[in-house]
Design a protein around this ligand. Structure first.
Ligand SMILES: Nc1ncnc2c1ncn2[C@@H]1O[C@H](COP(=O)(O)OP(=O)(O)OP(=O)(O)O)[C@@H](O)[C@H]1O
Length: 720
């Protein structure tokens, strides 16, 4: 559809007005545009435009703190664009911790600016790029900007980088803050008499900068030496930020505060602590539905399983209500849901229905979901935790921080006054930590270290992190990367393996598995395995049909283990689609697939997501020049490849039927849902270790103990 500027005609005052000859849609679009102009004017940040632009001009680093909904994310980049910060062809980049925020905010800003998405305003997230050579305002995930830095170490295409929602302190944000400090320093040192703008880089095909003589050196940072760049402006932004910490990190950078919020949000607490927060959330959903005025509800839960079980319970209870009270419509959003399905939460509910969105903390920051007036916050979040001694990462449910609670309540009150129901007493709120513990202090660092190494940062312990990760975690990850062959003896990035691994957007252990699979001639099987392991719960066993589900799933089972079982499921779904391929459209295919999944107790959302990931990683490995071939019936080859890839996760059976993990010495048990739970082979490799009341391992394949010394002699010849 043409933009308003094209559709309307200019009157004598020069303003755009709809032409009466145009159909109604254009008049509506004119009305919508007027509404957006009004909304923008009423944002608290609107009156601060001039001051903010001046501050950015005066300061190389600026910290901006403003209430949720004050307009930081959508407006500031437009202010800077209008003030000419991208006049020279460079862009304003804005990072978000979450994909969904990057996408939806970019869409909104494109609409506000009256341009087509992907033109002046665009977004770029892993596996999805909506930018062009004319993009000047670019929203992206923090992880994506780090990946860009691998190919454009001086981030030469950007004049300003805004690190948004910095309070979340994701591991990528933290690394980015350090890296940007380095880039800023290097760019200002390079002077500005000769300006390098990488135009090729602007159309999405990242260009590798070279040395003046045209050669490429091993360290990416060195590649740009000799080039001159304009200084980079850096803005760190959030609603709930401890400005002091950031200001200190950037040598006393100035902090500005945007006063005021758009609409009030009433915060309500329970009188007593709730023993079952899911039940409390359910009661609150129905209380709002039956007693409160119009408006949609956003409920924060901790993960897919919780969300799906609450969704079922809402449906069950809804059926018990009188028919005229049944107009409640549920939608879900969590990170492993494919993007297009995530976007369903932004669509309006059917007329007359109230929408309930069941979400993880993916919907906590930056997003505006139209229609939300009520937020239900049980006060919990699933957070990563890492034990560097055992090398064990786990997800545990913990109370949110104050900053998270504030962000959650901020999702109401964006289009009108709102209410937030915190399902805990006010006294508990006071006891919460002010901010979330930085992820870098509680996660496995292998991925990040590999990226830093690929960026030419060799001294990881000496890197200027805003908060240093535990030394033990750094050492453990360096050790792991060395054992995977990504680093040399002297801790440098190994070529080509380390470099190839750093290019794949996966955990290092999975990247290595793909590289090895290329050698073992089973890349087809490994691509499927990695894709299936990248999604949450591929099986769906309803409580009332557990036995039926188990026996049904048996027809896919492989006696060799869960990895081949996953491959069988994936291939069976492929075959089913092929057989049915009588040229139906996408919707029909989806419907048929959903039916197949239901009959086979497979989670159709997860399978679709795995298919999506599969095609994206396949593209990556093909670009790396790998040939995707199958080992066919020679599954021994595939099992050997699994052993060579996951040797760090090998375990041996103990006399009493438990297992001993060879690398860490921990005693673990096979999770009952594994196909090898009964068989209990002598030696296995596993992918997942989950700590509940037991240490359960999952995704298991039987291997031969002797393979370990043959395939990973550098580890097993010494250790065992
Ligand atoms: N997709 C959208 N649809 C409708 N209105 C929107 C949309 N995105 C933003 N808005 C409006 O713009 C306002 C400002 O949003 P913006 O994301 O810029 O605020 P913010 O200060 O960055 O908030 P936060 O800290 O919560 O991210 C919202 O409160 C809402 O009124």
């Amino acid at each position: 559809m043409p933009s308003m500027a094209q559709a309307g005609v200019k009157d004598s005052t020069g303003s755009n007005k709809p032409n009466s000859k145009f159909p109604n849609g254009y008049v509506n679009s004119f009305a919508r545009r007027q509404k957006i102009i009004q909304q923008r004017k009423s944002l608290p940040i609107a009156s601060a435009e001039k001051r903010l632009v001046e501050e950015v001009k005066k300061n190389d680093v600026l910290i901006i703190v403003g209430e949720t909904g004050s307009g930081k994310t959508t407006q500031l980049p437009q202010f800077l664009f209008n003030a000419g910060f991208s006049r020279d062809g460079r862009s304003i980049g804005i990072t978000q911790p979450r994909r969904v925020a990057a996408v939806t905010v970019a869409k909104r800003v494109a609409e506000e600016s009256g341009v087509e998405l992907g033109q002046r305003v665009g977004y770029s997230i892993r596996f999805d790029d909506y930018t062009s050579s004319s993009t000047r305002i670019k929203y992206m995930t923090d992880g994506l900007l780090l990946r860009e830095a691998l190919l454009d170490p001086y981030l030469s295409r950007y004049s300003v980088i805004i690190v948004d929602e910095a309070h979340e302190r994701t591991v990528h944000t933290d690394v980015l803050l350090g890296l940007l400090k380095k880039v800023q320093h290097a760019r200002s040192k390079s002077g500005n008499d000769h300006i390098h703008i990488d135009n090729k880089a602007n159309n999405g095909t990242l260009a590798v900068a070279e040395k003046e003589d045209g050669s490429q050196s091993a360290s990416l940072f060195k590649k740009c030496q000799g080039r001159k760049f304009l200084p980079l402006k850096l803005i760190v932004m959030s609603a709930s930020l401890d400005a002091h910490v950031f200001s200190e990190y950037y040598s006393g950078a100035k902090a500005v505060y945007i006063q005021g919020r758009q609409f009030p949000v009433d915060i309500l607490y329970t009188l007593h602590a709730e023993s079952d927060y899911l039940e409390a959330a359910l009661i609150t959903i129905f209380q709002i539905h039956l007693e409160e005025g119009p408006g949609d509800i956003l409920v924060f839960l901790t993960g897919q399983e919780e969300i799906e079980s609450v969704e079922r319970l809402v449906q069950e209870r809804l059926r018990q209500l009188p028919e005229d009270s049944q107009k409640l419509f549920t939608v879900t959003i969590f990170s492993s849901l494919p993007s297009e399905q995530q976007m369903r939460v932004f669509m309006p509910a059917p007329v007359g229905f109230r929408k309930v969105i069941l979400a993880t903390n993916i919907a906590e920051t930056s997003v505006t979901i139209p229609g939300i007036r009520y937020v239900i916050d049980p006060g919990f979040v699933k957070a990563r935790s890492y034990d560097p001694v055992k090398g064990m990462e786990s997800l545990i449910i913990v109370p949110t921080s104050k900053a998270q609670a504030i962000q959650r309540s901020g999702r109401a009150g964006r289009e009108g006054p709102g209410k937030c129901f915190r399902l805990y007493p006010e006294s508990e709120f006071e006891k919460l930590e002010d901010s979330t513990k930085p992820e870098i202090k509680r996660c496995n660092l292998s991925n990040v270290i590999l990226q830093l190494k690929a960026l030419g940062v060799d001294d990881i312990i000496g890197f200027d992190f805003i908060e240093k990760p535990p030394r033990a975690a750094i050492i453990k990850s360096l050790e792991e990367l060395f054992l995977l062959g990504a680093l040399t003896d002297d801790c440098k990035l190994a070529d080509p393996v380390g470099r190839q691994m750093s290019r794949l957007p996966l955990d290092p252990i999975y990247s290595k598995a793909l590289i090895l699979a290329n050698e073992f001639n089973c890349l087809e099987e490994m691509l499927i395995t990695v894709a299936m392991l990248s999604v949450e719960s591929i099986f769906y066993f309803p409580r009332e049909k557990k036995e039926e589900a188990r026996s049904r799933v048996k027809c896919f089972s492989s006696p060799d283990g869960d990895h081949l079982t996953l491959v069988n499921i994936y291939r069976a779904s492929d075959e089913f689609l092929e057989k049915r391929n009588m040229g139906p459209g996408k919707d029909k295919r989806e419907k048929i697939m959903r039916k197949w999944c239901k009959e086979n107790f497979i989670n159709s959302r997860s399978l679709r997501h795995a298919r999506d990931i599969h095609s994206q990683i396949r593209e990556h490995v093909e670009q790396m020049g790998f040939c995707v071939s199958s080992c066919g019936d020679d599954v021994l080859q595939f099992r050997k490849c699994l052993a060579a890839s996951f040797f760090l996760n090998a375990a041996l059976k103990q006399p009493e039927g438990t297992y001993r993990a060879l690398a860490s010495g921990q005693v673990v048990q096979i999770r009952p849902s594994s196909v090898l739970f009964q068989a209990k082979p002598e030696c296995i490799i596993f992918n997942e270790l989950v700590q509940t009341n037991h240490k359960y391992i999952h995704n298991i394949t039987r291997i031969d103990y002797l393979w370990l010394t043959e395939l990973a002699p550098h580890f097993y010849a010494v250790q065992n």
